[in-house]
Design a protein around this ligand. Sequence first.
Ligand SMILES: [Zn+2]
Length: 415
Amino acid sequence: MTCLKRLLPALIVLALLAGISGCGIKLQYQGEPGGAASPSAGAGVSTPPSADASASPEDDGGASPSPSVPPSPENLVPYNGVVEHLFFHPVVAYPELAFDGDSQQKGIDEYMVTVSEYDKMLQSMYDKNYVIVDWNDVWSEQTDVAGNGRMVKNTLMIPAGKKPLILSYDDVCYYDYMRQNGFTYKLVIKDGALWSYGLDPKGSAVYSQDLDAITILDKFVKQHPDFSLNGAKGCLCLTGYQGILGYRTMTDVNNKTPQAEAARQKEIEAVKPIIAMLRATGWYFGSHSWGHINLSTVSLAAVQRDTERWFDEVGSLIGPTKLMIYPFGARPDGGDVTKTGPIFKYLQSKGFRVFASVGIDAFSKIKPDIDAVINDRMHADGDTLRGQRDRYLKFYDAKLVFDTARPNYGVSWDK
Ligand SMILES: [Zn+2]
Protein backbone atom coordinates (compact mmCIF):
# COMPACT_ATOMS: atom_id res chain seq x y z
CA MET A 1 0.00 0.00 0.00
CA THR A 2 1.03 3.49 -0.64
CA CYS A 3 1.00 5.58 2.45
CA LEU A 4 0.57 9.02 3.84
CA LYS A 5 4.21 9.79 4.37
CA ARG A 6 4.28 12.82 2.15
CA LEU A 7 1.07 14.42 3.19
CA LEU A 8 0.56 17.48 5.31
CA PRO A 9 -2.46 17.85 7.52
CA ALA A 10 -4.68 20.49 6.05
CA LEU A 11 -7.76 22.57 6.34
CA ILE A 12 -11.18 21.09 5.92
CA VAL A 13 -12.39 22.00 2.50
CA LEU A 14 -16.08 22.63 2.74
CA ALA A 15 -16.52 24.41 -0.52
CA LEU A 16 -18.09 22.53 -3.34
CA LEU A 17 -15.57 22.04 -6.06
CA ALA A 18 -18.28 22.09 -8.63
CA GLY A 19 -22.00 22.29 -8.91
CA ILE A 20 -24.04 19.29 -7.91
CA SER A 21 -25.51 19.22 -11.37
CA GLY A 22 -22.83 16.67 -12.09
CA CYS A 23 -24.38 13.95 -10.00
CA GLY A 24 -27.11 12.71 -12.19
CA ILE A 25 -25.46 10.32 -14.59
CA LYS A 26 -26.34 6.75 -13.93
CA LEU A 27 -24.77 3.90 -15.72
CA GLN A 28 -27.05 1.20 -16.99
CA TYR A 29 -25.77 -2.09 -18.21
CA GLN A 30 -26.87 -4.29 -21.02
CA GLY A 31 -27.75 -7.74 -19.96
CA GLU A 32 -28.67 -9.28 -16.67
CA PRO A 33 -26.49 -11.13 -14.29
CA GLY A 34 -27.17 -14.78 -14.14
CA GLY A 35 -26.21 -17.80 -12.17
CA ALA A 36 -27.65 -19.30 -9.05
CA ALA A 37 -26.70 -16.36 -6.93
CA SER A 38 -28.29 -13.69 -9.03
CA PRO A 39 -28.08 -10.16 -7.73
CA SER A 40 -30.94 -7.80 -8.39
CA ALA A 41 -29.01 -5.83 -10.93
CA GLY A 42 -25.72 -6.16 -12.65
CA ALA A 43 -23.80 -6.87 -15.75
CA GLY A 44 -23.73 -9.72 -18.09
CA VAL A 45 -25.19 -13.09 -18.76
CA SER A 46 -23.54 -16.04 -17.17
CA THR A 47 -22.86 -18.59 -19.82
CA PRO A 48 -19.44 -19.99 -19.15
CA PRO A 49 -16.88 -19.58 -21.87
CA SER A 50 -16.02 -22.65 -23.84
CA ALA A 51 -12.55 -22.93 -25.10
CA ASP A 52 -9.55 -25.06 -24.58
CA ALA A 53 -6.04 -24.43 -25.53
CA SER A 54 -2.57 -24.76 -24.22
CA ALA A 55 -0.65 -21.88 -22.86
CA SER A 56 1.34 -19.81 -25.25
CA PRO A 57 2.95 -16.80 -23.66
CA GLU A 58 3.15 -14.00 -26.18
CA ASP A 59 5.09 -11.37 -24.33
CA ASP A 60 8.20 -11.44 -22.25
CA GLY A 61 6.86 -8.51 -20.22
CA GLY A 62 10.24 -6.91 -20.00
CA ALA A 63 9.86 -3.19 -19.90
CA SER A 64 12.86 -1.38 -21.21
CA PRO A 65 14.74 0.74 -18.70
CA SER A 66 13.61 4.32 -18.65
CA PRO A 67 15.46 7.53 -18.02
CA SER A 68 12.51 8.73 -15.94
CA VAL A 69 13.03 8.77 -12.22
CA PRO A 70 10.51 8.88 -9.38
CA PRO A 71 10.00 12.31 -7.86
CA SER A 72 12.31 13.10 -5.00
CA PRO A 73 10.84 14.74 -1.88
CA GLU A 74 12.61 18.04 -2.40
CA ASN A 75 10.71 18.62 -5.63
CA LEU A 76 7.32 18.30 -3.99
CA VAL A 77 4.98 21.25 -3.61
CA PRO A 78 1.65 21.56 -1.79
CA TYR A 79 -1.47 21.12 -3.88
CA ASN A 80 -4.94 22.18 -2.78
CA GLY A 81 -6.85 22.29 -6.05
CA VAL A 82 -9.24 19.81 -7.61
CA VAL A 83 -7.99 16.25 -7.64
CA GLU A 84 -9.23 14.86 -10.94
CA HIS A 85 -10.81 11.41 -10.92
CA LEU A 86 -11.33 9.24 -13.96
CA PHE A 87 -12.76 5.76 -13.91
CA PHE A 88 -12.66 2.89 -16.33
CA HIS A 89 -14.31 -0.46 -16.72
CA PRO A 90 -12.25 -3.44 -17.86
CA VAL A 91 -10.79 -2.70 -21.28
CA VAL A 92 -11.65 -4.52 -24.49
CA ALA A 93 -8.74 -6.76 -25.46
CA TYR A 94 -10.29 -8.05 -28.69
CA PRO A 95 -12.62 -5.55 -30.40
CA GLU A 96 -13.63 -8.19 -32.97
CA LEU A 97 -15.23 -10.21 -30.16
CA ALA A 98 -16.71 -7.21 -28.35
CA PHE A 99 -18.17 -5.57 -31.44
CA ASP A 100 -19.55 -8.62 -33.21
CA GLY A 101 -23.16 -7.45 -33.37
CA ASP A 102 -24.45 -9.49 -30.44
CA SER A 103 -26.66 -8.26 -27.60
CA GLN A 104 -23.70 -7.06 -25.53
CA GLN A 105 -22.17 -4.88 -28.25
CA LYS A 106 -24.03 -1.68 -27.46
CA GLY A 107 -23.32 -1.77 -23.72
CA ILE A 108 -19.65 -2.52 -24.25
CA ASP A 109 -19.40 0.30 -26.78
CA GLU A 110 -21.01 2.69 -24.34
CA TYR A 111 -19.24 1.79 -21.10
CA MET A 112 -15.83 0.49 -22.10
CA VAL A 113 -12.71 1.57 -23.93
CA THR A 114 -10.47 -0.65 -26.01
CA VAL A 115 -6.84 -1.47 -25.27
CA SER A 116 -5.78 0.79 -28.12
CA GLU A 117 -7.80 3.70 -26.67
CA TYR A 118 -6.58 3.02 -23.14
CA ASP A 119 -2.93 3.01 -24.24
CA LYS A 120 -3.40 6.39 -25.93
CA MET A 121 -5.32 7.83 -22.97
CA LEU A 122 -2.56 6.92 -20.52
CA GLN A 123 0.09 8.38 -22.78
CA SER A 124 -1.93 11.58 -23.21
CA MET A 125 -2.56 11.99 -19.47
CA TYR A 126 1.13 11.45 -18.82
CA ASP A 127 2.04 13.99 -21.51
CA LYS A 128 -0.37 16.48 -19.92
CA ASN A 129 1.54 16.21 -16.64
CA TYR A 130 -0.94 14.25 -14.59
CA VAL A 131 0.43 12.18 -11.75
CA ILE A 132 -1.56 9.32 -10.29
CA VAL A 133 -2.29 9.63 -6.57
CA ASP A 134 -3.87 7.18 -4.17
CA TRP A 135 -7.52 8.02 -3.43
CA ASN A 136 -6.88 7.11 0.20
CA ASP A 137 -4.21 9.80 0.39
CA VAL A 138 -6.62 12.56 -0.62
CA TRP A 139 -8.89 12.24 2.41
CA SER A 140 -8.21 11.76 6.10
CA GLU A 141 -10.47 11.14 9.03
CA GLN A 142 -10.01 13.42 12.02
CA THR A 143 -11.84 13.95 15.28
CA ASP A 144 -13.20 17.42 16.01
CA VAL A 145 -13.34 19.10 19.43
CA ALA A 146 -16.75 17.58 20.10
CA GLY A 147 -15.32 14.13 19.49
CA ASN A 148 -17.02 13.60 16.15
CA GLY A 149 -15.22 12.05 13.23
CA ARG A 150 -14.84 14.31 10.21
CA MET A 151 -13.38 13.72 6.81
CA VAL A 152 -10.66 16.20 5.91
CA LYS A 153 -9.15 16.95 2.53
CA ASN A 154 -5.40 16.59 2.72
CA THR A 155 -2.91 18.93 1.14
CA LEU A 156 -1.19 16.63 -1.29
CA MET A 157 2.53 17.06 -1.79
CA ILE A 158 3.14 16.51 -5.47
CA PRO A 159 5.95 17.20 -7.92
CA ALA A 160 6.01 20.80 -9.14
CA GLY A 161 4.16 21.19 -12.43
CA LYS A 162 2.13 18.00 -12.02
CA LYS A 163 -1.63 17.62 -11.60
CA PRO A 164 -3.01 14.90 -9.32
CA LEU A 165 -5.29 12.25 -10.77
CA ILE A 166 -7.14 9.37 -9.16
CA LEU A 167 -7.87 6.36 -11.31
CA SER A 168 -10.52 3.78 -10.45
CA TYR A 169 -11.69 0.65 -12.20
CA ASP A 170 -15.19 -0.72 -11.76
CA ASP A 171 -16.25 -4.36 -11.93
CA VAL A 172 -12.78 -5.89 -12.00
CA CYS A 173 -14.33 -9.32 -11.60
CA TYR A 174 -13.95 -10.74 -15.12
CA TYR A 175 -17.64 -11.56 -15.35
CA ASP A 176 -18.69 -14.51 -17.47
CA TYR A 177 -20.22 -12.23 -20.12
CA MET A 178 -16.95 -10.35 -20.45
CA ARG A 179 -15.00 -13.54 -21.07
CA GLN A 180 -17.28 -14.22 -24.00
CA ASN A 181 -16.95 -10.76 -25.42
CA GLY A 182 -13.31 -9.93 -25.93
CA PHE A 183 -12.00 -9.28 -22.42
CA THR A 184 -9.28 -11.05 -20.47
CA TYR A 185 -10.31 -13.87 -18.09
CA LYS A 186 -8.30 -13.27 -14.95
CA LEU A 187 -5.09 -11.99 -13.44
CA VAL A 188 -2.34 -14.51 -12.82
CA ILE A 189 1.20 -14.42 -11.47
CA LYS A 190 3.90 -15.58 -13.79
CA ASP A 191 7.62 -15.09 -13.42
CA GLY A 192 6.99 -13.03 -10.29
CA ALA A 193 4.76 -10.49 -12.03
CA LEU A 194 1.09 -9.94 -12.79
CA TRP A 195 -0.20 -11.02 -16.19
CA SER A 196 -3.62 -11.47 -17.66
CA TYR A 197 -4.81 -14.81 -18.91
CA GLY A 198 -7.44 -15.21 -21.57
CA LEU A 199 -8.36 -16.68 -24.88
CA ASP A 200 -7.80 -14.98 -28.19
CA PRO A 201 -10.47 -15.03 -30.94
CA LYS A 202 -9.11 -18.37 -32.18
CA GLY A 203 -9.49 -19.90 -28.72
CA SER A 204 -5.80 -20.04 -27.94
CA ALA A 205 -4.63 -19.28 -24.42
CA VAL A 206 -2.81 -15.99 -24.11
CA TYR A 207 -0.77 -14.66 -21.22
CA SER A 208 -0.09 -10.98 -21.71
CA GLN A 209 0.73 -7.69 -20.05
CA ASP A 210 -0.70 -5.70 -22.95
CA LEU A 211 -4.37 -6.68 -22.92
CA ASP A 212 -5.64 -5.77 -19.44
CA ALA A 213 -6.12 -2.35 -17.83
CA ILE A 214 -4.16 -3.40 -14.75
CA THR A 215 -1.09 -4.88 -16.37
CA ILE A 216 -1.00 -2.12 -18.98
CA LEU A 217 -0.88 0.55 -16.26
CA ASP A 218 1.72 -1.48 -14.34
CA LYS A 219 3.89 -1.55 -17.43
CA PHE A 220 3.33 2.12 -18.21
CA VAL A 221 4.30 3.22 -14.69
CA LYS A 222 7.36 1.00 -14.83
CA GLN A 223 8.40 2.84 -17.98
CA HIS A 224 7.30 6.24 -16.64
CA PRO A 225 7.73 6.21 -12.85
CA ASP A 226 6.93 9.92 -12.67
CA PHE A 227 3.35 9.14 -13.74
CA SER A 228 2.71 7.83 -10.22
CA LEU A 229 3.17 9.40 -6.79
CA ASN A 230 4.64 6.86 -4.36
CA GLY A 231 3.82 4.09 -6.79
CA ALA A 232 0.04 4.64 -6.60
CA LYS A 233 -2.00 2.88 -9.28
CA GLY A 234 -5.78 2.68 -8.99
CA CYS A 235 -8.79 1.59 -6.99
CA LEU A 236 -10.25 -1.75 -8.01
CA CYS A 237 -13.98 -1.57 -7.31
CA LEU A 238 -15.25 -5.07 -6.66
CA THR A 239 -18.61 -6.77 -6.61
CA GLY A 240 -18.81 -10.34 -5.37
CA TYR A 241 -21.54 -12.15 -7.30
CA GLN A 242 -19.12 -13.74 -9.73
CA GLY A 243 -16.11 -13.57 -7.48
CA ILE A 244 -13.22 -11.15 -7.79
CA LEU A 245 -10.27 -10.59 -10.11
CA GLY A 246 -11.25 -13.56 -12.27
CA TYR A 247 -11.55 -16.06 -9.41
CA ARG A 248 -14.96 -17.54 -8.65
CA THR A 249 -14.85 -16.99 -4.91
CA MET A 250 -18.62 -16.48 -4.46
CA THR A 251 -20.99 -18.81 -2.70
CA ASP A 252 -23.71 -20.47 -4.72
CA VAL A 253 -26.90 -20.67 -2.70
CA ASN A 254 -28.23 -23.38 -5.03
CA ASN A 255 -25.17 -25.57 -4.79
CA LYS A 256 -23.91 -26.18 -1.29
CA THR A 257 -22.28 -29.53 -2.00
CA PRO A 258 -18.87 -30.27 -0.51
CA GLN A 259 -17.50 -30.32 -4.04
CA ALA A 260 -18.75 -26.80 -4.74
CA GLU A 261 -17.30 -25.53 -1.48
CA ALA A 262 -13.99 -27.25 -2.17
CA ALA A 263 -13.85 -25.61 -5.60
CA ARG A 264 -14.61 -22.24 -4.01
CA GLN A 265 -11.90 -22.67 -1.41
CA LYS A 266 -9.44 -23.45 -4.18
CA GLU A 267 -10.35 -20.20 -5.93
CA ILE A 268 -10.00 -18.31 -2.65
CA GLU A 269 -6.51 -19.69 -2.12
CA ALA A 270 -5.62 -18.89 -5.73
CA VAL A 271 -6.71 -15.24 -5.52
CA LYS A 272 -4.87 -14.45 -2.27
CA PRO A 273 -1.42 -14.03 -3.85
CA ILE A 274 -2.99 -11.92 -6.61
CA ILE A 275 -4.47 -9.57 -4.00
CA ALA A 276 -1.13 -9.43 -2.19
CA MET A 277 0.76 -8.60 -5.35
CA LEU A 278 -1.76 -5.93 -6.36
CA ARG A 279 -1.46 -4.31 -2.94
CA ALA A 280 2.33 -4.47 -3.10
CA THR A 281 2.32 -2.70 -6.46
CA GLY A 282 0.14 0.30 -5.63
CA TRP A 283 -3.37 -1.03 -6.22
CA TYR A 284 -6.09 -0.80 -3.60
CA PHE A 285 -9.71 -1.83 -3.31
CA GLY A 286 -13.22 -0.50 -2.84
CA SER A 287 -16.69 -1.96 -2.57
CA HIS A 288 -19.00 -1.90 -5.58
CA SER A 289 -21.66 -3.86 -3.59
CA TRP A 290 -21.90 -7.66 -3.72
CA GLY A 291 -24.64 -7.88 -6.31
CA HIS A 292 -24.13 -4.68 -8.32
CA ILE A 293 -27.34 -3.47 -6.72
CA ASN A 294 -28.98 -0.19 -7.57
CA LEU A 295 -28.90 1.67 -4.27
CA SER A 296 -31.49 4.17 -5.48
CA THR A 297 -34.19 1.51 -5.82
CA VAL A 298 -33.58 -1.26 -3.27
CA SER A 299 -34.70 -1.43 0.35
CA LEU A 300 -32.49 -0.89 3.36
CA ALA A 301 -32.95 -4.57 4.26
CA ALA A 302 -31.71 -5.60 0.82
CA VAL A 303 -28.70 -3.30 1.16
CA GLN A 304 -27.93 -4.84 4.55
CA ARG A 305 -28.07 -8.39 3.16
CA ASP A 306 -25.94 -7.41 0.19
CA THR A 307 -23.40 -5.60 2.33
CA GLU A 308 -23.02 -8.49 4.79
CA ARG A 309 -22.43 -10.80 1.89
CA TRP A 310 -19.88 -8.42 0.40
CA PHE A 311 -17.95 -8.38 3.69
CA ASP A 312 -18.19 -12.18 3.99
CA GLU A 313 -17.01 -12.96 0.49
CA VAL A 314 -15.01 -9.93 -0.68
CA GLY A 315 -14.04 -7.85 2.32
CA SER A 316 -12.71 -10.97 4.02
CA LEU A 317 -10.22 -11.32 1.17
CA ILE A 318 -9.23 -7.75 0.36
CA GLY A 319 -9.20 -6.30 3.88
CA PRO A 320 -10.62 -3.03 5.21
CA THR A 321 -11.60 -0.26 2.83
CA LYS A 322 -13.27 3.11 3.30
CA LEU A 323 -14.20 3.37 -0.37
CA MET A 324 -17.75 2.70 -1.57
CA ILE A 325 -18.36 3.03 -5.29
CA TYR A 326 -22.05 3.12 -6.18
CA PRO A 327 -23.12 0.63 -8.87
CA PHE A 328 -24.69 2.48 -11.82
CA GLY A 329 -23.44 5.63 -10.10
CA ALA A 330 -26.80 5.56 -8.30
CA ARG A 331 -26.94 7.41 -5.00
CA PRO A 332 -29.16 5.97 -2.23
CA ASP A 333 -31.99 7.62 -0.31
CA GLY A 334 -33.36 9.78 -3.10
CA GLY A 335 -30.02 10.98 -4.40
CA ASP A 336 -30.03 14.37 -2.67
CA VAL A 337 -26.42 14.98 -1.66
CA THR A 338 -27.49 17.54 0.94
CA LYS A 339 -29.43 14.91 2.87
CA THR A 340 -28.29 11.79 4.67
CA GLY A 341 -30.73 8.91 4.54
CA PRO A 342 -30.92 5.50 6.23
CA ILE A 343 -29.02 3.56 3.56
CA PHE A 344 -26.15 6.06 3.55
CA LYS A 345 -26.09 5.96 7.37
CA TYR A 346 -26.02 2.18 7.34
CA LEU A 347 -23.15 1.99 4.85
CA GLN A 348 -21.23 4.62 6.82
CA SER A 349 -21.75 2.57 9.98
CA LYS A 350 -20.05 -0.34 8.22
CA GLY A 351 -16.85 1.69 7.84
CA PHE A 352 -17.26 3.37 4.46
CA ARG A 353 -16.22 7.02 4.45
CA VAL A 354 -15.80 7.95 0.77
CA PHE A 355 -18.87 7.44 -1.42
CA ALA A 356 -18.41 7.78 -5.14
CA SER A 357 -20.85 8.34 -7.94
CA VAL A 358 -20.41 9.33 -11.58
CA GLY A 359 -20.62 12.86 -12.90
CA ILE A 360 -19.47 15.54 -15.28
CA ASP A 361 -16.49 16.52 -13.15
CA ALA A 362 -14.52 15.53 -10.07
CA PHE A 363 -17.08 16.95 -7.69
CA SER A 364 -16.53 16.39 -3.99
CA LYS A 365 -18.34 17.41 -0.84
CA ILE A 366 -17.59 16.68 2.78
CA LYS A 367 -20.84 15.80 4.50
CA PRO A 368 -21.53 18.31 7.28
CA ASP A 369 -23.75 15.97 9.32
CA ILE A 370 -21.93 12.64 9.18
CA ASP A 371 -18.35 11.41 8.97
CA ALA A 372 -18.18 10.92 5.22
CA VAL A 373 -17.32 12.55 1.91
CA ILE A 374 -18.97 12.16 -1.46
CA ASN A 375 -17.07 12.18 -4.74
CA ASP A 376 -18.04 12.15 -8.39
CA ARG A 377 -15.84 10.51 -10.96
CA MET A 378 -15.62 11.27 -14.67
CA HIS A 379 -16.10 8.31 -16.96
CA ALA A 380 -13.64 7.29 -19.64
CA ASP A 381 -15.82 5.27 -22.00
CA GLY A 382 -17.42 5.14 -25.42
CA ASP A 383 -20.23 7.41 -24.32
CA THR A 384 -17.92 10.32 -23.50
CA LEU A 385 -15.53 9.55 -26.37
CA ARG A 386 -18.40 9.92 -28.80
CA GLY A 387 -20.31 12.73 -27.13
CA GLN A 388 -18.19 14.70 -24.68
CA ARG A 389 -14.91 15.37 -26.43
CA ASP A 390 -14.61 18.94 -25.09
CA ARG A 391 -15.10 17.99 -21.46
CA TYR A 392 -12.37 15.35 -21.62
CA LEU A 393 -9.80 17.35 -23.62
CA LYS A 394 -7.96 18.05 -20.39
CA PHE A 395 -7.14 14.34 -20.32
CA TYR A 396 -7.10 13.27 -23.97
CA ASP A 397 -8.53 14.14 -27.36
CA ALA A 398 -11.29 11.73 -28.39
CA LYS A 399 -10.46 12.45 -32.02
CA LEU A 400 -6.97 11.07 -31.57
CA VAL A 401 -7.94 8.23 -29.23
CA PHE A 402 -11.11 6.82 -30.78
CA ASP A 403 -10.76 3.22 -31.98
CA THR A 404 -12.13 2.74 -35.48
CA ALA A 405 -12.84 -0.87 -34.57
CA ARG A 406 -15.90 0.42 -32.72
CA PRO A 407 -19.30 0.09 -34.37
CA ASN A 408 -20.41 2.94 -36.57
CA TYR A 409 -22.73 4.72 -34.13
CA GLY A 410 -21.45 8.20 -34.96
CA VAL A 411 -19.66 10.82 -32.90
CA SER A 412 -20.65 14.37 -31.98
CA TRP A 413 -17.28 15.85 -32.94
CA ASP A 414 -17.24 14.55 -36.52
CA LYS A 415 -19.40 17.26 -37.97
ZN1 LIG B 1 -20.33 -1.38 -12.06
